[in-house]
Design a protein around this ligand. Structure first.
Ligand SMILES: Nc1ncnc2c1ncn2[C@@H]1O[C@H](COP(=O)(O)OP(=O)(O)OP(=O)(O)O)[C@@H](O)[C@H]1O
Length: 369
């Protein structure tokens, strides 16, 4: 049985992380100045549109960004700095920190049976186990994720996508003793019923084993199901950091509000009766030549004027809206009040909030943040 981590310091501490691809003279800045901490046993979501840099960020945490990328900033796991130390990164990759990839089909080698691939992983991360113990461990791993042990003799192409995703979850959560699992869109390739089963499996394994998780997704419902707090990412930067309750009840950044409005749900689909569902206008800017000022300004419905086009806003604490403050004092029965946003929980990168803080509540046209 894998033991839950016990120390209280942050397990993951990312500071000023940057990842740039391509020509250094005109780089694609896929991740810019990202700070991220994950405590022991905590689950943190990262949401944003396609192309906002989520997968690049996650891959960089394990040094999987590829040789064409320039990485700057710090990545510390358990207090050990990994960012510019490939040997240290190799020591934690797959062991202390493991990863669930988006596409389970391409994550396995079609030429080898599942048992041999999982067996090699176990041998790498549990060298103390002998051959028979290793076999038993692989069978137990598969059994835990709902795959019959005799399927160790099958090849990856003999499994459905959902079964393969279960196998990948077994590899990430159970082959070694990970303290942190990075999950990149773990349900994107699955239909809704299988998605629900996989979400339940991940939730159960985390509850049982106590590991931390960073979950990257464009699916806000998945974040609500699996995370404690969330960062919203746009054009390579974090633009909002909030609690799950804060995300849905009092989103602070205009981009977060636009994301929530664009998320399809059954009620909205029913109401629209064939008319167009709301979408966000425009697209993520070219990350090789982002607009000056706030990168969301050209698409923002709450644009304040020149300041948004000129100055990049800082990530600042957001004063809670009255509704969120009230909600905090009156948590519904069964709802832990610490899941609700508290003053200081929410930070957003938006001139609107800087203006509001400076003027005592009223947004001011053209204010300098
Ligand atoms: N290997 C690479 N070489 C050059 N540019 C890249 C590379 N990988 C990603 N990018 C660019 O980095 C930016 C961010 O891509 P990334 O895949 O991280 O976004 P994402 O938010 O994860 O999107 P998705 O949800 O579609 O995976 C995009 O502009 C993409 O074209």
């Amino acid at each position: 049985m894998i033991q839950a981590p016990t120390k209280t310091t942050d397990l993951l501490a990312v500071t000023g992380l940057g990842v740039a691809y391509g020509d250094p003279a005109a780089p694609v800045r896929a991740v810019v100045d990202v700070d991220l901490t994950v405590g022991r046993g905590e689950s943190v979501g990262i949401v944003g549109e396609s192309g906002s840099g989520k997968s690049t960020l996650l891959r960089a945490l394990l040094g999987l960004h590829g040789s064409g990328a320039a990485v700057s900033g710090g990545i510390a796991v358990d207090g050990v700095q990994l960012a510019h130390d490939p040997a240290a990164m190799r020591r934690v990759r797959g062991g202390t920190v493991s990863m669930v990839f988006q596409d389970p089909v391409n994550a396995f080698n079609p030429a080898y049976t599942l048992g041999s691939q999982l067996g090699r992983l176990v041998a790498l991360h549990r060298p103390e186990l002998g051959r028979e113990q290793r076999r038993a461990h692989v069978a137990a791993m598969l059994d835990r994720v709902g795959i019959p042990a005799h399927r160790t003799r099958s090849h990856p192409f003999e499994f459905s996508q959902g079964q393969l995703q279960r196998c990948m979850i077994a590899a990430a959560f159970l082959a070694g003793r990970p303290a942190l699992v990075l999950a990149d869109e773990p349900t994107t390739s699955l239909d809704v019923t299988v998605e629900a089963q996989i979400v339940e499996l991940i939730r159960d394994l985390r509850a049982e084993l106590g590991m931390s998780m960073v979950l990257v997704t464009h699916n806000l419902g998945l974040v609500a199901d699996l995370c404690d707090r969330v960062h919203v990412m746009y054009a390579g930067r974090f633009v909002e950091h909030t609690t799950i309750r804060g995300l849905f009840d009092s989103p602070a950044h205009p981009y977060t509000r636009a994301l929530l409005k664009s998320a399809p749900d059954l009620d909205r689909v029913r109401e629209s009766r064939g008319s167009r569902l709301p979408t966000m206008r425009g697209g993520v800017p070219d990350l090789a030549a982002p607009p000056p000022g706030c990168p969301f300004a050209p698409r923002c419905d709450e644009h304040l004027g020149e300041v948004c086009d000129r100055d990049l806003p800082e990530l600042l604490p957001v004063p809670l809206m009255p509704a969120a403050r009230t909600a905090h004092g009156t948590a519904p029965a069964g709802q832990a009040s610490d899941t609700l946003p508290r003053p200081g929980d929410v930070r957003a990168r938006c001139h609107r909030h800087a203006a509001s803080a400076l003027s005592g509540g009223t947004a001011v046209e053209g204010v300098k943040a």
